[in-house]
Design a protein around this ligand. Structure first.
Ligand SMILES: C[S@@+](CC[C@H](N)C(=O)[O-])C[C@H]1O[C@@H](n2cnc3c(N)ncnc32)[C@H](O)[C@@H]1O
Length: 327
């Protein structure tokens, strides 16, 4: 889809009348804050003051066009954070209007990659919040292994791979790596390449117990190379949580520090999708700052801090609720 968009840089986005909120000080003095413009006025509207941009393409139209370009609905991300990131990059590149911005993203693959990266901040590290990993090690992974014999794990929004590789380390310590399938997905192709490369800085491995760091990494000065054999145990795949079907029959889904960027509607779809992707009794591990509210409505029980166990399907009231559940 993205490639197709690159080959059609002249695609036109129809402009209807738009409402423009004004922020330029000089304009604010003379106006009440909003005005309606026709198409010609939009095109003629060039801001001259520093830091302002022309308004031929409105911000909403820009976001819609970029959503089509990236294949991900930007309206499903929390708008304040999203807006800040979009505009900081716009300022950084010295782009003054949304038309120019859109053209740059369509015609310049490097800028496009940078844009996706900025939108999807992908900080991660091994054993991030170590207590949760210790709990996986001592309680949840042994319990699943005993129950099922084989184990299917999905790290959704895996970033640089530190999260699924942490799981591989634990499973290896439990002598259970050969019984496991570890799927790791992310929307960002560049970060997936980094994950497959598996080369880390000290900051990214600092939370690992030192004996594990020594056992599973080759260190050259400040660079840490992850164990080649374990690397092969994780299957990486590009996947958009907001748009693509979910894998099935999972015993454990780890999705941490991802939904924090999403709207309530998007989170709702994701939680329903996770419930369906899990086998009965399977677990969903969230990030510390994104507890699952109304977990029973989503068919989960809260069994430990940030751990939710599937106890059934999402409630029917929820299915019939306000948001569309189709994925
Ligand atoms: C902050 S990182 C979290 C990494 C890891 N889970 C952790 O907690 O350390 C967020 C990741 O979510 C990914 N992401 C953002 N939107 C996504 C989407 N719609 N589908 C899949 N992954 C997405 C980003 O590319 C980024 O790598």
């Amino acid at each position: 889809m993205r490639d197709a968009a690159f080959t059609q840089p002249s695609q036109l986005i129809p402009l209807g009348p738009v409402e423009i909120l004004l922020s330029v000080k000089s304009f604010e003095k003379e106006n009440t804050g909003a005005c309606r413009m026709d198409q010609h006025a939009q095109i003629a509207w060039i801001r001259e003051a520093e830091g302002d941009w022309s308004m031929a393409l409105s911000y909403e139209e820009f976001k819609k066009a970029v959503s089509e370009l990236c294949g991900t609905d930007l309206f499903l991300y929390k708008s304040q954070q999203m807006d800040r990131r979009i505009h900081s990059l716009m300022n950084f590149w010295g782009i003054r209007d949304y038309d120019e911005y859109l053209t740059a993203l369509k015609t310049n693959p490097q800028r496009y990659q940078e844009f996706v990266k900025r939108l999807t901040i992908n900080v991660s590290e091994f054993f991030r919040n170590p207590d949760r990993f210790i709990e996986l090690w001592q309680r949840f992974l042994p319990e699943i292994l005993q129950r099922t014999g084989g184990i299917r794990i999905w790290s959704a929004g895996c970033s640089n791979g530190a999260e699924p590789y942490s799981i591989a380390i634990i499973l290896n310590e439990l002598n259970a790596l050969d019984q496991a399938t570890i799927l790791a997905t992310d929307i960002d192709e560049a970060i997936l390449r980094k994950a497959q490369h598996a080369v880390y800085s000290f900051n990214e491995v600092k939370s690992l117990p030192p004996d594990l760091r020594e056992k599973y990494f080759r260190q050259e000065e400040e660079v840490f190379y992850f164990d080649e054999a374990l690397k092969k145990q994780v299957q990486f795949k590009k996947h958009n949580l907001l748009q693509e079907p979910y894998p099935e029959d999972m015993d454990l889904i780890i999705c941490r520090n991802v939904v924090i960027y999403f709207t309530e509607e998007a989170k709702h779809k994701i939680y329903v999708g996770f419930n369906r992707a899990l086998r009965a009794g399977g677990y969903f591990l969230t990030g510390g700052t994104e507890p699952l509210l109304y977990y029973r409505h989503y068919g989960f029980e809260n069994v430990a801090t940030s751990f939710y166990q599937k106890i059934g399907p999402p409630s029917e009231n929820l299915e019939a609720g306000h948001w569309s559940l189709s994925l």
